[in-house]
Design a protein around this ligand. Sequence first.
Ligand SMILES: Nc1ncnc2c1ncn2[C@@H]1O[C@H](COP(=O)(O)OP(=O)(O)OP(=O)(O)O)[C@@H](O)[C@H]1O
Ligand SMILES: [Mg+2]
Length: 370
Amino acid sequence: MAFLEIEDLRKVFGDTVAVDGVSLSVEKGEFVTVVGPSGCGKTTTLLNVAGLQTPTSGSITLRGRDLTNLPAYERDIGVVFQDYALFPHKTIAENIAFGLKMRGASEDERDRKVSEMLSMIDLEGYEASYPHECSGGQQQRVAVARALAFDPDLVLMDEPLSNLDKKLRKTMRTELKRIQRETGITTIYVTHNQTEALSMGDRIAVMNGGELEQFTDPKTAYERPDSPFVADFLGSSSRIDGTLSLGREPEINVDGATLAVEGREGFADGDRVASFFRTELVTLQADRLAGENVFQGTVKSVDYQGRDAVYFVTVPDLETTIQASGNATDRMLEPGDDVWLGIDPSNVIYTPAHGTITSSRDDTSPVEAQ
Ligand SMILES: Nc1ncnc2c1ncn2[C@@H]1O[C@H](COP(=O)(O)OP(=O)(O)OP(=O)(O)O)[C@@H](O)[C@H]1O
Ligand SMILES: [Mg+2]
């Protein structure tokens, strides 16, 4: 049994099925990120693990102990929720030391831990301040410190960095990962930010409509998504549907055009598939390109983004528009320019056109237990 086992968790509110049969095994010391569109059940899942809501059905086991009917305060779980405010009448130090005090830690130990935590969140000297004297971002950092300070078995974080500016967010991300590696505290981290999910997670759980779509390491999720939803949700890409043909060389037939692809387990000849070209993996140039998967097109529009630009290119052979990113400092292509696009067969992602592939589920192993 894994360190944390969520089994067939279901949570229903009236007519709304917020979480629809989620099963998740998390190993000790793992950092799991959870992503998915707004309303897909991320917060509800965490609230049920924390004991702040009661599941409609399913079970939650931590270190072999069934938590399902255990009140929140008896679970050794640190939480940081977006609207889970600090205690307004306690100082920053008292807030951070709260969990330690509840567990009978000595004053010396509390003081030591508070200074360690304040230095981690870059708020040295704030011991005696009150939450209302801190900015939203500072309060968020204190909330993170409060959740970690008592060395819980598990920490649940729901968008803990959402109030921070980009630079601080990046620093905190690195800091959080460092602390987590050092303390080995098993963490589940919900974020809207896909880069954050991919860069921080040992494994990434992608949720959709109350269900868990895929749970694997970030590289696999990005490069070998199991469903069109995961392929589309992580990163930017263009989708082209077609029929898989497994002759001598695997290829996808798209109304007259053919895409060379690499073989992937779990597919049969004639399967309807969705293929995806990652925007950053499409080669785009004005001069003729040679090789497989080369198409002629016309620039329809350009999305200038500073250093780079994303080009939207109409490709008659594929009857669609393909996005490709390019350097914007070189000679920029303009709408109306004729261009050549190319994508290496190894970079063409494909999934079943509907539903999800299940064959690759078992070949991902969690990180070593620490
Ligand atoms: N207390 C509640 N009562 C009724 N419906 C609820 C309640 N909490 C959540 N829901 C519904 O359950 C679904 C999942 O909500 P949840 O808050 O878990 O989504 P989320 O993935 O955290 O979204 P976001 O990214 O916007 O925070 C939504 O449709 C939401 O409206
Ligand atoms: Mg939420």
